[in-house]
Write a protein that binds this ligand. Sequence first.
Ligand code: AMP
Length: 128
Amino acid sequence: MTPDDQDRQEDNETSCIFCRIVAGELPAEVVHRSDHTLAFRDINPAAPVHVLVVPRQHVENAAALGAEHAEVVTAMLAAAREVAEAEGIGLPDRGYRLVFNVGPDALNSVPHLHLHVIGGRAMTWPPG
Ligand code: AMP
């Protein structure tokens, strides 16, 4: 990490709400932890199960991902599957939706990468 990267990381740790949840400075209902990720219940759930899987490292959004994040992204997808199984919505019987919102048209509101794990009810398509 360059000194600039380190400064940016320190800024994020004080201002980004998901960095602050990862640091234990803000409360959250944590349901899963791994070396690279933390998963907690969405404060405004869109379905009976609505969990956010976030990387411990600050990444702005899915459009900022590169090859250097391969391990983090794999860990996020593994965490999402484990959360779904623990919540009783895993395969083969149930199922769930995984969502990355990117940018204003997608109503992305928190600028720290997060994977929505949504399930526990039948969904419709296309999404609104
Ligand atoms: P997005 O629209 O993809 O940026 O989604 C951000 C999500 O974060 C929304 O579903 C919010 O309800 C959720 N959220 C915002 N603040 C918190 C918080 N402090 N704890 C849990 N979920 C949160």
